[in-house]
Design a protein around this ligand. Structure first.
Ligand code: LLP
Length: 460
């Protein structure tokens, strides 16, 4: 685990190596993937692969996913729930963070289930070999076709609203396993776009209607309600909201049982934050899990409810710090006394988070890891939009066109939210482990970009 870098070196790419890295550190508390090192050529290495060599071989920009970091995060969640909870538990990967076949297969091999929110995500997980009993289908506006696919694939459907409940009651000719998503009315401090647990949210049933909902389900024997679900938001650093949530949910679990529903599962969602900059200080996966497990146990004891099968549903904290994005530096524009722009060969199309949520990232120059940071620059993308800035005012060493800039912690909600804006092909992704790199997502080609285009005869 310990990297070869001189400990404590500051003002260079070494800064982002954790000095206290040990087996007890959680991946979500790290800026770099766990296998990151600096090799004898002063280049960044991940999963035993030199990042500059990966770019030379697979092109740029390139998502580089470290298998060990992802597997470590999976195991920390799984083992923490086993340690801190006396009942059964199941960790579910919220695949919206990054849904692709290889990632679904890795998390599944670690014993995790997979949560999907669209027919496309469901199809991908099935193609990756995820077992139906390990698939959970979310979404606030599932189409009839999506519901039919979900029924046919035997996954559990997390029902979000009345229309869905009524449609399912019509569609289900045999018992279908469902859970009910409720809006728990719990506030948390995160960006307003990624808060979901407060009452003014488009997700889940309003708790004021809970009796009608439970009654409706109890009158429909083909709707087998196995449990309840809530998710309160994302990139959360406080533990309090997750400490408060079980009290509310267990009370509803008890009520559901009073209506005769066979509720044995409780899913308390995801939301644990990760470190994007040195200022971020999220709790570890173990700390978060302990709080959740203890709060559920206490609420069950207090309300005299048997321990449910406890589920959590993290996305970002499983995959976020396992991936970096490597770019090649291009043009440089110096605006005297204002700022210096360094442009990269990607931008808001492969990482829309800065322009969408004003998210802040950190970066290193992969081929100049020990060079002192003597410049403050702004890393700009290549898109035709002034707001396409990946990182404002970051310290870097002096650079040349062709240097490889690596943006850290890009595993969550980067590839999954990527677009073809300006008809820029989406980058490739490689999975690295023990010095080996495998392409898990191919780079798009120009042919891919026009694959769905049609030119009507009269325009030719
Ligand atoms: N479960 C449900 C029902 C969710 O809606 C989400 C995230 C999760 C689990 C996983 O949350 P996580 O552990 O990743 O925080 N695009 C935004 C994040 C949107 C989160 C949507 N829901 C971003 O880039 O920050």
């Amino acid at each position: 685990m310990v990297s070869t870098h001189p400990a404590g070196v500051r003002n260079s790419g070494y800064q982002y190596f954790s000095e206290s890295r040990s087996t007890t550190t959680s991946p979500n508390q790290e800026l770099l993937p766990l296998t990151a090192k600096v090799n004898s050529n002063d280049c960044l290495e991940i999963g035993g692969c030199d990042v500059t060599a990966l770019v030379a071989q697979f092109g740029s920009p390139l998502y580089i996913l470290d298998e060990e970091t992802l597997r470590t995060a999976c195991r920390q969640y799984r083992d923490s729930f086993k340690t801190f909870y006396a009942g059964e538990s199941q960790v579910v990967y919220a695949s919206k963070a990054w849904n692709c076949m290889a990632i679904c297969a890795i998390v599944h091999s670690e014993g995790l289930a997979v949560e999907v929110v669209s027919g496309g995500e469901l199809y991908t997980a099935i193609q990756a070999g995820v077992a139906p009993e390990k698939l959970y289908f979310h979404g606030n506006n599932k189409s009839v076709q999506e519901l039919q696919l979900a029924i046919a694939s035997n996954c559990t459907i997390i029902v979000d609203n009345w229309l869905e409940l009524e449609t399912l009651a019509d569609l289900a000719k045999l018992p279908v396993s469902i859970m009910l998503r409720l809006t728990p009315g719990i506030e948390c401090h995160t960006h307003e776009y990624i808060r979901t647990g407060h009452l003014d949210s488009k997700f889940g049933f309003d708790p004021n209607q809970i009796d009608q909902v439970f009654k409706f389900v109890s009158n429909n024997p083909n709707l087998q309600c196995i449990g309840l679900h809530a998710h309160i938001g994302s990139q959360i650093f406080e533990l309090q909201p997750h400490q408060d949530l079980p009290g509310v949910m267990v009370q509803w679990l008890k009520k559901a049982a009073d209506y005769g529903l066979p509720v044995t599962h409780l899913n308390i969602g995801g939301g644990l934050g990760i470190r994007y900059t040195e200022a971020d200080d999220p709790p570890s996966i173990a700390e978060w899990s302990k709080v959740v497990c203890e709060a559920v146990t206490a609420a069950c004891q207090e309300q005299q409810v048997p321990l449910p099968k406890l589920m959590c549903e993290p996305g970002r904290s499983l995959i976020g710090s396992a991936c970096v994005t490597a770019y090649t530096l291009g043009s440089r524009k110096e605006v005297p006394e204002i700022r210096t722009y360094l442009s990269v060969d990607g931008g808001m199309s492969d990482n829309p988070r800065p322009i969408t949520y004003q998210s802040v990232y950190r970066a290193v120059v992969a081929n100049k890891m020990s060079a002192s940071w003597t410049e403050t620059v702004t890393v700009a993308g290549k898109h035709c939009e002034s707001g396409d800035v990946l990182i404002k005012d970051i310290s870097l060493p002096p650079t040349q066109p062709g240097d490889v800039l690596v943006v850290l912690s890009t595993g969550a909600y980067n590839y999954s939210m990527a677009s073809n804006y300006n008809r820029v092909p989406r980058p490739a992704a490689v999975l690295v482990k023990d010095g080996e790199a495998n392409v898990i997502i191919q780079r798009e080609t120009y042919q891919d970009l026009v694959r769905c285009d049609r030119l009507p005869q009269r325009l030719i």
